[in-house]
Write a protein that binds this ligand. Structure first.
Ligand SMILES: [Zn+2]
Length: 260
């Protein structure tokens, strides 16, 4: 029964992400050079829902922080050489944040979650962005302008704004490098908690259905792999010493808890 549920859930997750693609009508985004020497931790385990190959489209993808052609090829199930050719890339390792890439014959975007062996991660902290719009690229620019070395969260779950799909899971460079977070100072959580930010202001609006499904998929994968107990999966505002209502009073905790 559980297996059937998991499979149905993964299938649903793939389907829910299927309707959204970034198109050529998106506003232009300024490019910022990405460092050339990108840290590559040793082979992580990759988890991802099964492919739904029946719907393929030519789309435009806006490169987010830490993304490589390899990762983008996995996200859309398109070969690296096809992305390189479609964009006349001279060097596939030199992508720039904000760069617009043509992805020929892309499958609906799906999450590519890298799981690195580690004893460091004991908690998962849920945040909201407290903004109506955004994505990893915009938060990265905001956080680096404060002097941080990258986006403070480990994952961002989009709401369909800023050229990203509703429910799309973005992995931050901080997770790819297995660095401490910069999302919750209270109780020294930055040293031991995985930070997940949902785009939206849930003091005023609701988490979208697709965001919740993606959040549950991500949290369940992390919880299982790092053996994080349920009591250690909390909202930012519930951390001892934190003075915030993040992720907002409308965050649907009941739905969340009943599916973990
Ligand atoms: Zn927060």
């Amino acid at each position: 029964m559980k297996k059937i549920f998991s499979f149905t859930f993964l299938l649903l997750l793939s389907l829910i992400l299927s309707s959204c693609v970034s198109t050529a009508t998106q506003p232009p985004v300024t490019s910022t050079p990405v460092p050339k020497s990108v840290y590559r931790p040793p082979s992580p385990k990759l988890v991802t829902p099964p492919n739904i190959t029946s719907v393929r489209k030519n789309i435009t993808h806006v490169v987010a922080p830490g993304e490589t052609v390899w990762r983008i090829s996995k996200m859309y199930d398109v070969q690296i050489k096809d992305i390189v050719r479609a964009n006349s890339l001279k060097n596939e390792r030199e992508l720039e944040m904000g760069q617009r890439l043509r992805i020929p014959g892309a499958c609906p975007v799906k999450p590519i979650i890298s799981l690195y062996p580690s004893k460091k991660w004991k908690y998962i902290i849920i945040h909201h962005s407290a903004t109506g719009e955004g994505g990893a690229l915009q938060f990265h620019r905001g956080h680096t302008s404060k002097g941080w070395d990258s986006l403070g969260y480990h994952f961002v779950i989009d709401n369909g704004t800023s050229s990203k799909c509703d429910g799309q899971i973005e992995t931050s460079p901080r997770w790819l490098k297995q660095q401490n977070g910069a999302h919750c100072k209270a109780a020294s959580m930055n040293h031991k908690a995985i930070g997940i930010c949902l785009v939206g202001n849930f003091s005023k609006e609701r988490v979208t259905k697709k965001q919740m499904e993606s959040l549950l998929y991500l949290v369940n994968q992390l919880k299982k792999y790092y053996k994080i107990p349920r009591r250690n999966i909390i909202g930012h505002g519930k951390v001892k010493g934190a003075t915030t209502e993040c992720p907002g009073k409308k965050f649907p905790w009941k739905t969340f808890w009943s599916n973990l």
